[in-house]
Design a protein around this ligand. Structure first.
Ligand SMILES: [Zn+2]
Ligand SMILES: [Zn+2]
Length: 714
């Protein structure tokens, strides 16, 4: 019966996650408090309407606030009072939407975190702690459905205490497949030259991690098992980093810094509230951030203006970090263990439980108020995105997307979807494969389509936002793609390029590519010839080094703007090395130089179109000619670098707006991992966001993983 003092409350927030487990948690907390109400989810907006006497409602709100993990896919909640719900409508708490519950790899929830550090509890320092709402669930999954039998946990029987918990309706482990504790599961152990120590219980695990933190503080490098793969961790000092870099495949890439606690972030980083939230979210991504003056180790981990920062995610890293913090260590480096680094290891913390699904770390950047997921799998995949119904399957490189029915798309690693395809669907309408490669698909399909990365990436944005039926312009700028383009999709025509980057030759060696570019400029015009002659006279050394590289037949043709910027960086001498350690390294040095520019306005760089065989192409010859002219005139490097990237942003904006006004298009989709370049991306987001309806991926990374999803709609 409705009591007079009953009040109603509406809590609403945006929820863009392709996994609804957290919504299930809301119901469990409501049930714990005997709250009546319901939860709805419409077009990514969650509404929770509850009704109860004030005191009960306060208890519910308090517990929800304390226990619901924050996700980077979740907006701040707004709360308002509403009319109480009539008891005729509902007697308990109902979820009025179909929930997609997928096992994922997430950090521990607040409730498990408390348990992990509760000395009196059964799971004090239990490194495999997790519950229905958190933890590394996907790491141990062999196949769907998510039952214990289908995971690596099947070899261990639950003890009586764990069994009781699984049967308890109020427990967060009610029915949870991976319920375990010190008494009924495998243990961590520490190994070094002298001894082996086993973490049979909480106290012993505490000793083990305490000792590990001590060895780390002495300067030793640790190899540690985590649910997200084996990691290398150590103090950031010259000895450790030079030893580490020596053994890495890409020796000069920025190294990730793990801060041992949330409270030390402000001391070492310059970060916004949103950036703090992203770092602390349950997905625990790596975030590009600006270090503050206090972070003296900045140059050791990254030569650029940013560092890659993260907080501890998995339980072993959380426990280790607690002891490091106790010993006054605020941060360490962390990286994936590579076999050739085995010489470095002086001790390890291990567990004998194979990780079935090893996931790539997720990397994000915040630009304005946009969270851009650059790349990654952890906390993102498997994902379900709801969009237009097609019945299709799409495969792009390592990833696939499948319509499970009704336009609910499962997106994950290709093998994870193909291995169980017959369990998911009986037939497939059309199969789209990136670049038309051969793929073995056992389930019958009606037709096969070939598509390109730019189509997949742009269509994924339209698909995520459910505007596939509307005309749109799309911009795809990707560091690794051979198709950087501006294109258009109309009511009648599929997404087609309008402007492309003039194809250039990509050689294995940067100097070869620059050499070829110089030759193109020379042979294109008299003006170009004169310019290169002047350049060779004024910079004989630089010109000589370029000219010495041999142009072989080993190259590919690519419409890749990053390659052009790499050449600019080499010619401007913002790149301090002879060869690139990884493809986009010279470009990152150009971007760093540009970000350092203190002036307000740059100079004009020529971004011009050329028509070739009916295609409109960005003529990078003119762009490089501008750069060389300014260099010859003695212009400051930082100013030219800034002008190149700013000019590129302005040019894209102008071209896109021209196309939009000619074709009466209001929607613009932006995709590709070049969106992590702050100057270009900042300009694009700002200007296009003001003039048009601007859309970006919000559920999936802006490259690679999104391409598989967009392939569905080709
Ligand atoms: Zn939990
Ligand atoms: Zn147990």
């Amino acid at each position: 019966m409705k009591t007079p003092e009953e009040v109603g409350l509406k809590i609403s927030f945006e929820y863009l996650k392709g996994n609804d487990t957290l919504l299930q948690m809301v119901k469990q907390i409501a049930d714990r408090h005997g709250i009546r109400g319901f939860l709805t989810k419409k077009e990514d907006k969650v509404e929770i309407i509850v009704s109860a006497p004030l005191e009960k409602l306060q208890g519910f709100s308090k517990e929800l606030g304390e226990l619901l993990p924050y996700s980077l896919f979740m907006s701040d909640a707004s709360v308002e009072t509403v009319e109480p719900i009539s008891p005729f409508i509902t007697e308990d708490f109902k979820i009025k939407t179909d929930l997609n519950l997928l096992p994922q790899n997430l950090s521990v929830c607040p409730s498990c975190l408390k348990e992990l550090f509760d000395r009196e509890g059964r799971r004090y320092h239990f490194p495999f702690i997790s519950c229905n709402y958190c933890g590394s669930q996907y790491a141990y999954l062999h196949r769907y459905p998510f039952t214990r039998e289908n995971t690596q946990f099947r070899f261990f029987n639950t003890c009586n205490d764990c069994k009781t918990e699984v049967e308890n309706k109020n427990s967060f482990r009610h029915g949870y497949p991976l319920t375990a504790c010190h008494n009924c599961f495998t243990h961590f152990y520490l190994k070094n030259k002298n001894a082996e120590k086993y973490g049979f219980d909480g106290e012993k695990t505490a000793l083990l991690f305490g000792e590990g933190a001590g060895l780390l503080k002495e300067g030793k490098i640790l190899k540690i098992y985590t649910q997200n793969g084996t990691k290398l961790i150590g103090l950031i000092n010259e000895k450790n980093l030079s030893a580490l870099r020596e053994n890495l495949f890409e020796k000069r890439k920025p190294i990730t810094v793990m801060f041992t606690g949330f409270d030390v972030l402000d001391r070492y980083l310059v970060l916004s509230e949103l950036e703090k939230k992203v770092l602390a979210s349950q997905e625990k991504p790596i975030l590009y951030l600006k270090p503050s003056e206090n972070f003296k180790e900045r140059n050791a981990v990254s030569p650029f203006g940013f560092i890659k920062a993260k907080l501890p995610d998995t339980p072993p890293l959380l426990i280790l970090s607690a002891y490091l913090k106790e010993k006054g260590v605020d941060f360490v480096f962390i990286g994936d263990f590579q076999e050739n680094a085995v010489e470095l290891i002086e001790f390890h913390i291990e567990a004998d439980l194979p990780v079935v699904n090893l996931q790539e770390e997720t990397t994000c950047i915040v630009i304005d108020s946009h969270i851009i997921i650059e790349s990654g799998e952890k906390g993102i995949l498997p994902s379900i995105v709801k969009s237009k119904k097609t019945g299709n399957l799409s495969i792009a490189g390592e990833y696939a997307a499948l319509d499970l029915g009704d336009g609910e798309y499962l997106i994950d690693k290709k093998e994870k979807i193909l291995n169980q395809l017959e369990d998911f669907v009986d037939s497939i309408n059309s199969l789209s494969v990136l670049n038309g490669l051969e793929e073995e698909v056992k389930t019958p399909y009606k037709e096969k389509k070939k598509f390109y990365d730019f189509q997949g990436a742009v269509l994924s944005v339209l698909g995520e936002h459910n505007i596939l039926e509307q005309p749109a312009a799309g911009i795809y700028l990707s560091k690794y793609s051979d198709h950087n383009i501006i294109g258009v999709k109309s009511h009648t025509r599929p997404f087609t390029p309008v402007i492309e980057v003039k194809p250039l030759r990509l050689y294995p060696d940067l100097k070869q590519t620059v050499h070829w570019i110089i030759k193109q400029i020379e042979s294109h015009s008299e003006e170009g010839k004169r310019l290169i002659a002047n350049f060779s006279r004024k910079y004989p050394d630089l010109y000589g080094r370029i000219g010495n590289s041999l142009l072989t037949e080993n190259y590919k043709l690519s419409s890749n703007i990053t390659a052009v910027f790499n050449a600019v960086s080499f010619l401007l001498e913002t790149f301090p090395y002879e060869d690139a350690d990884y493809f986009e390294e010279p470009f990152l040095f150009l971007s760093k130089e540009a970000v350092n520019f203190q002036g307000k306005k740059g100079v004009r760089i020529d971004y011009l179109l050329v028509e070739e065989g009916g295609r409109f192409l960005l003529d990078w010859r003119k762009l490089i000619q501008s750069v060389l002219s300014y260099k010859l005139a003695g212009a400051e490097k930082d100013m030219v670098a800034f002008s190149v990237l700013e000019g590129f942003g302005d040019w894209i904006i102008n071209q896109t707006l021209t196309i939009c006004s000619k074709l009466k298009i209001e929607n613009v989709a932006l995709a590709g991992d070049l969106l992590t370049e702050p100057i270009t991306a900042g300009k694009l987001i700002n200007a296009l966001g003001k003039e048009k309806n601007l859309y970006l991926n919000r559920k999936l990374p802006v490259d690679r993983q999104n391409v598989a999803f967009g392939g569905i709609f080709v």
